[in-house]
Structures are given as structure tokens and as C-alpha cells.
Design a protein around this ligand. Structure first.
Ligand SMILES: Nc1ncnc2c1ncn2[C@@H]1O[C@H](COP(=O)(O)OP(=O)(O)O)[C@@H](O)[C@H]1O
Ligand SMILES: [Mg+2]
Length: 284
């Protein structure tokens, strides 16, 4: 089982939407999928639950950290849902190390039962995010193309507690950054300018799709995506033409990400490299 964490300390950048799409996409491919929602806001749990596709486990994600779960029901697509109490875990610092160990032990125990585990996280840089990153194989970071979000990339890499550099060096050397995924991309001059800026600053962290220069994975802003999240519908099964068009735009990026998760072709000539980015790179 390979574990992917969706992470960015910014909220509202599309983490849960990407996590939801990935879970459905992997399940459609016949992969055995374990979805874990570590965000108390439950924006992965809600659409997955409403879709009726995964079996909702009779436990909640906080219990994976508190060590109360030894097994999950046998099913090819299982959701371990969020609950509001997830936010309380941070307030028990004496238990933080056990929390991280418990999640790691649980994921190890799931090795034979699932092919892929997708973990959605909260924006707070807390023990939930640390525990997930400390045990994952891959991390994918949706970003938005506004100045604030660009500054957030620096925090993503260099935050003293949850920065990927620190996590990789201290807690989890195997952690691989799949890359930055610009989401809710709009064809405005402002966004185009910011996209160019992201590429200039973080080229080694972008996900190359196809052979062409400048073909990087991204997701456009499409109302069908927000609707699929709100109503728990699977994007490519929605009746509207707009939804199917949105899916056509997105699929190459998701396919590239999934190929990396499955150990397919290398990410790109240079491979996403945290080391390749200046420690104090800023977007200003
Ligand atoms: N590509 C997109 N196009 C349009 N709306 C989107 C897109 N991605 C996400 N959204 C919507 O934007 C809001 C925030 O996205 P969400 O995935 O919940 O962000 P996060 O998990 O990072 O907080 C949600 O209402 C979601 O449905
Ligand atoms: Mg979310």
C-alpha cells in the first residue's frame, strides 16, 4: 500500500476536492482504496459518504491516532471519516508521539488490505498533519495562484514544525513530494502572471504532464467541480456536459499523479526535488 497525503497549510486551495477526485479515480481503476479524513471539517468525508461508493468504517479518523483501531471491514473502498473531536488531538501534547506511532502502525497493518491510501488533512500545522506526513510515501500540494498562496509554498517547504524539508530530514526520509498542483486556475492575466512566477520559482516542484515544455499538471476552476463536491456526485458521471468537459481537462493531470503513486515512469527528468529549491525562496 502506498500512502498519499494532501497537504498545504492554506485552507480552501482544493485539497479535499483533489482527494475526493483521486479516491473515485483510483477506485474506478480497480485499486483498493482507503480514504482517511483527518480534517475536522470533513470535506472529504461528506462527498464520499454522499456518493455511496465507499464503505464508511464504523470508526473515525481520530481513533487511528489514539490507537483504538486494529482492523477495518473488508471492502475494496473504505472511508475512515472525520469527526469534530479531531481538533482536540493537538491539545494533548504528551500523547503526540504515541499518536504518530499509532497512525504509522495502523497504516502498516493495512498494507495487504489496500493498494492506496489517500489522506486529506487540515490546514492547521498540528499533530494530525505531522503524523500523516511522518508515515506517508507521497505528498501532493494543491496551491492557488494568488500571492498569498504563493507565499504559502515557502511555509509548506520550510515551516519549522510541518515543513516538508524538516519532516523528510527528521521523521520520514522516504517521503516524496509529487509536486505542487495549481488548482482553481482561471485564464486571467493575474493568474497567468502568477503561474509564470510559480514556474520560475518552483519549477523543480511542478508536475510535468506530457513532453512539451511548460505542460504542468493543474486544475481549472469549474463550477461542476464545486457541485460534485457539494452533492457527492462523481464528476465524470454527472449528466451535464460541463462536468464531462471539466473531467476531460483534469484527467491528464490526475493520471500523471496516479502513475507516480503506482511507481510508474519517473516524475520528470529532474524529479520533484525539495532540495532543488532555495531554503528561503520567497515569491516576492
Ligand atoms: N477546481 C475547482 N473549481 C471550482 N471549485 C473548486 C475547485 N476545487 C475546489 N473547489 C471548491 O472550492 C472550495 C474549497 O475547496 P476544498 O477542496 O474544500 O479546499 P481545501 O480542502 O484546501 O480547504 C470548495 O467549495 C470546493 O468545492
Ligand atoms: Mg479540505
Amino acid at each position: 500500500m502506498k500512502t498519499l497525503v494532501l497537504a498545504n497549510q492554506k485552507g480552501g486551495v482544493g485539497k479535499s476536492a483533489v482527494a475526493t477526485l483521486l479516491c473515485h479515480y483510483l477506485a474506478r481503476q480497480g485499486q483498493r482504496v482507503l480514504a482517511i479524513d483527518l480534517d475536522h471539517q470533513g470535506n472529504l468525508s461528506k462527498p464520499l459518504r454522499m456518493s455511496g461508493r465507499p464503505l464508511v468504517a464504523p470508526v473515525t479518523a481520530d481513533m487511528l491516532l489514539t490507537g483504538l483501531v486494529a482492523a477495518l471491514p473488508s471492502h475494496p473502498f473504505v472511508l475512515v471519516p472525520s469527526r469534530p473531536a479531531l481538533i482536540d488531538l493537538e491539545r494533548q501534547p504528551a500523547l503526540h508521539n504515541p499518536f504518530a506511532r499509532n497512525l504509522r502502525g495502523f497504516l502498516r497493518a493495512m498494507e495487504g488490505q489496500f493498494d492506496l491510501c489517500v489522506i486529506d488533512t487540515n490546514p492547521n500545522p498540528d499533530i494530525r498533519l505531522i503524523s500523516a506526513l511522518a508515515s506517508a510515501d507521497f505528498v501532493l500540494s494543491p496551491i492557488q495562484l494568488n500571492q498569498e498562496a504563493l507565499d504559502g509554498v515557502t511555509a509548506l517547504l520550510n515551516h519549522e514544525r510541518v515543513g516538508l524539508r524538516k519532516i523528510k530530514a527528521v521523521l520520514n526520509p522516504k517521503l516524496q513530494l509529487i509536486g505542487l498542483l495549481p488548482t482553481m486556475v482561471e485564464p486571467t492575466p493575474f493568474q497567468k502572471q502568477n503561474f509564470i512566477q510559480v514556474i520560475q520559482l518552483y519549477r523543480s516542484l511542478m508536475i510535468q504532464v506530457g513532453q512539451g515544455i511548460g505542460e504542468f499538471a493543474s486544475m481549472p476552476r469549474r463550477s461542476a467541480i464545486a457541485e460534485s463536491q457539494a452533492h457527492g456526485e462523481v464528476l465524470w458521471e454527472m449528466k451535464k456536459t460541463a462536468a464531462r468537459d471539466a473531467w476531460k481537462e483534469i484527467e491528464p493531470s490526475l493520471a500523471r499523479i496516479v502513475a507516480t503513486l503506482q511507481g510508474g515512469s519517473p516524475l520528470k527528468p529532474g524529479e520533484a526535488s525539495i532540495a532543488g529549491v532555495q531554503p528561503h525562496a520567497t515569491s516576492t
